[in-house]
Design a protein around this ligand. Structure first.
Ligand SMILES: Nc1ncnc2c1ncn2[C@@H]1O[C@H](COP(=O)(O)OP(=O)(O)OP(=O)(O)O)[C@@H](O)[C@H]1O
Ligand SMILES: [Mg+2]
Length: 472
């Protein structure tokens, strides 16, 4: 890759100065062009942008200040260094406000010019680096990074891009592994705060007692063990975004403190007396149902409202099967590159297995399955046997396949037998229990079960419970 030669435009009506500067800077390895007044300078700059412009102020036809304005209109990033007589320093200082990079007073020391030009070039390179890094980050982590072919997720992606530009607090709700953190990062990297920090706090991972100091920092000696002053996450995230993951896990005490920061935009360090102003955007996420936590009184309603300015809901993978192949291919590319192996794709049978599986751990589980397959694979395609057993043979683990996380819901019932049989068994148990409870009285049992006496008699016959005539 060729590195472009840095360029400087020297503008002065004094030919001796033009020559001297051209000679000095050329020796520095800089491409130098020269102009003798403002008009010539703007024309030259339009033809060919320069990184740095050394500009005399007083010149015929067009002043250095007007030429500077014209040049900055063409390229906001150009560094204009004004050269001024001592009597006109005031003008140069004012020009700093209009975007001049710096000024030097004539007669100047050549070493001073050399340093200024070098510094201007360095800053220009740094700015260009920041711009390209920022572009790279927002491409990688912006909304475009949310891969999907599902219409509802596409809508979500559009909403993410839209709300990112605002400063609104965002609440992300969704099952574990569905991409909540990915969405949070997209909100940050798609926002004007993208060059600021993206700071994450996992509220579930930090012990309750330490959470306040984690959020707000502490002063030296605020509590045993607080040996020095410490910045909290709010301070670290200044001018950026604070991502509060697992927000459903914070105590009611901390909920009050967080609410205050959201309302007043200021906080105090633990053990500190002075409020600190904060400019932080909050994005919170949870896989819990905050609505019902509010109803149950474990999550403050006022905080919920504050967080819930915009809600984004991620969708379980089982509800968007069209994404399985897309994401699997995406992860295959990632993990083959990381492991330096070549695998062309998936065997159709492996795809079928993945499509048939319910992915209770969502995209994260899919990523792990593909990573494992890449490691296990001995051929140029991923075969079913390279996938985890839970994916290939879901009947061995029917609960996971059904998306049921806890077998308690099924009360120890063996899944895999005909539904009718299971239901009959269950009804028999219930009717027996109800009969026993009602001393064998069928009329009362029917009432208790909410069915007619006739229906109960049918069932008793059906289940072979009617053989013995009970008391009527
Ligand atoms: N639509 C998507 N496109 C690309 N990658 C995705 C997508 N969804 C999720 N991922 C990837 O899957 C993994 C899990 O996603 P993420 O960590 O964002 O989920 P989460 O909802 O925060 O999970 P948890 O609740 O377990 O913290 C990450 O590696 C993420 O980059
Ligand atoms: Mg997460």
């Amino acid at each position: 890759m060729s590195v472009p030669v840095p360029s400087v435009l020297v503008v002065d009506d004094d030919e001796a100065i033009r020559r001297m500067l051209t000679a000095v800077l050329t020796k520095e390895g800089v491409a130098v062009a020269a102009a003798q007044d403002g008009v010539e300078a703007t024309e030259a700059f339009r033809r060919r942008h320069a990184d740095v412009v050394l500009m005399d102020i007083r010149m015929p036809r067009m002043s250095g200040l007007d030429a500077m304005k014209a040049i900055l209109e063409v390229d906001r990033g150009a560094a204009v260094i004004l050269m001024t007589a001592f009597a006109e320093v005031g003008t140069a200082v004012k020009a700093m406000r209009d975007g001049a990079f710096d000024y030097v007073i004539k007669p100047f020391d050549i070493e001073e010019i050399r340093l200024l030009v070098r510094r201007a070039l360095e800053i220009r390179t740094m700015r260009a680096d920041i711009v390209s890094l920022r572009r790279e980050l927002s491409e990688r982590y912006g909304a475009e990074g949310i891969l999907t072919e599902n219409p509802r997720m596409m809508e979500l992606r559009q909403t993410v891009a839209k709300v990112a530009r605002s400063n609104a607090t965002v609440l992300i709700q969704g099952e574990s592994g569905t991409g909540k953190e990915l969405v949070a990062a997209a909100v940050h990297y798609g926002s004007p705060r993208a060059t600021g920090p993206f700071v994450k706090v996992n509220c579930a991972a930090i012990p309750e007692g330490l959470l306040e100091s984690e959020f707000f920092g502490h002063e030296k000696g605020a509590f045993t063990g607080a040996v020095g002053r410490r910045q909290g996450r709010f301070e670290q995230a200044e001018h950026g975004t604070l991502f509060l993951d697992e927000i459903g896990e914070i105590s009611t005490g901390l909920q009050v403190k967080l609410l205050r920061v959201l309302q007043e935009r200021e906080f105090e360090r633990v053990g500190g007396a002075n409020p600190i102003k904060t400019d932080v955007r909050i994005v919170a996420a949870t896989n819990r149902d905050l609505d019902s936590m509010v109803k149950a009184g474990t999550f403050r309603q006022d905080l919920f409202f504050r967080l819930n300015v915009v809600t984004l809901k991620t969708i379980p993978l089982r509800d968007r099967p069209e994404d399985i192949r897309l994401l699997a291919t995406h992860f295959l590319e990632r993990f083959t590159a990381q492991n330096d192996v070549v695998i062309r794709g998936f065997d159709p049978a492996a795809i079928d297995c993945m499509l048939a599986y319910a992915w209770p751990g969502n995209v994260r589980e899919l990523a792990n399955a593909v990573e494992r397959a890449v490691v296990m694979s001995t051929t140029s395609v991923i075969l079913p046997e390279d996938l985890p057993e839970s994916v290939v043979k879901p009947e061995r683990n029917p609960l996971a396949a059904a998306g049921v996380e806890s077998p308690a819901d099924l009360d120890g019932v063996e899944v895999g037998r005909p539904l009718r049989e299971l239901v009959n068994e269950f009804e028999t148990k219930v009717i027996r229990a109800a009969l026993a409870h009602n001393g064998g009285n069928r009329a009362r049992t029917a009432v208790a079960l909410g069915i007619s006496r006739r229906a109960l008699l049918y069932k008793l016959q059906d289940y072979g419970l009617g053989a013995r005539e009970g008391a009527e």
